[in-house]
Write a protein that binds this ligand. Sequence first.
Ligand SMILES: N[C@@H](CCC(=O)N[C@@H](CS)C(=O)NCC(=O)O)C(=O)O
Length: 201
Amino acid sequence: MKLSIMKLFINSGSPFARKVRIVVREKGLMDQVEEVFVVPVESPSDLVRANPLSQIPALIVDGTCWTDSSLIAHWLDALGAEPRLLPEGEAVWPVRRLEVLGAGLLEMTVKMVLENRRPESERSPFWLKRWEDNLLRGFAVAETACPAAEVFDLGSLTLGLAATYADFRYPQIDWRRVAPRVAALQAQLEKRQSFIDTYPK
Ligand SMILES: N[C@@H](CCC(=O)N[C@@H](CS)C(=O)NCC(=O)O)C(=O)O
């Protein structure tokens, strides 16, 4: 399928945007994608036109707007370039389940980041603790489902970048204690050029 240049709204800290940026690089699509840096909280009109929720990532392709990192990643994968990041048939389900768990870990960390951006007197210790507990429980379950460090698909990729995002925002949270195999997977993934190029800033 011949597509015109795609416009991808991102910033350099967002782990959800990072997921799509990694997929674009891995699949050799960089020359077809223009990365547009935005600050979602300012609701820039270009972003809001692409995503009414004013969230990144958002992708515009031939006038069609794609939102949500997993949906965009799946659609890019379905365009067909190698490497394929989702297996065919029944084998897709364990990968999807790990991908959803990785996205859940990202969601817990992002919630903590947003809560910590509020004035100290308005922060909820209850919710901060709940999200951190959820995060650690999630890592413990991810450990039991963690593939070998060499596996590269949308499940392993999402889990690896969730681990890096937790380190980036909360280096004091010792998830490695419950998830040493996830740490090995993360270390392997972060050696890839696509991960190096998109390391959060
Ligand atoms: N489920 C969405 C979550 C996207 C998301 O939460 N993006 C954050 C950046 S990491 C965002 O744009 N936040 C701005 C806001 O919610 O105002 C996805 O997977 O893309």
